[in-house]
Design a protein around this ligand. Structure first.
Ligand code: CMP
Length: 138
């Protein structure tokens, strides 16, 4: 059964010109793009998206970073999409990311780590609904 997940090409990767290369990795791995939108987000929008992290010490810096420039919002679909995307992304900290992963290739630091992917079914549903209306999922 195809499963959907949510992803973001983060502002660091967009700024460095890696958007196309990251989308190519996602495509090569067999994901179908259900929705895609390049936009800038406000800091309050970032705070709402990352509310589960609001008590974490990095929360304020993270939300400042995420609102620092354009990013690319994505809804992706394939069998086992959530786990497969996390495998393709690699560890949160690029210093620990496996060879061949997106973060190993494109991420600069634990915060500016090139890509986001949902970590479970509930978060995927929340994250897709936070950024996209049902009619945009094609
Ligand atoms: P992401 O997968 O989008 O989920 C939360 C984000 O917080 C994470 O990627 C990083 O961009 C950022 N972050 C910054 N510092 C840390 C940290 N110490 N641990 C985990 N995530 C961090």
């Amino acid at each position: 059964m195809p499963q959907r997940t949510f992803s973001i090409v983060k502002p660091d990767a967009v700024r460095k010109g890696y958007t196309g290369a990251i989308l190519a990795e996602i495509d090569k791995a067999g994901f179908r793009i259900v929705a895609v939108r390049k936009q800038s987000i406000s800091k309050p929008q970032a705070e709402g998206f990352y509310y589960v992290h609001k008590e974490r010490p990095f929360f304020n810096d993270l939300c400042t970073f995420m609102s620092s420039g354009p990013l690319v919002l994505l809804v992706l679909e394939k069998d086992n999409a959530i786990a497969d995307l996390r495998g393709l992304m690699g560890a949160t900290n690029p210093a620990n990311a496996e060879e061949g992963t997106i973060r190993k290739k494109f991420a600069g630091s634990i915060q500016e780590n090139a890509i986001h992917g949902s970590d479970g079914e509930d978060t995927a549903a929340f994250e897709i609904g936070y950024w996209f209306a049902g009619y945009e999922l094609l």
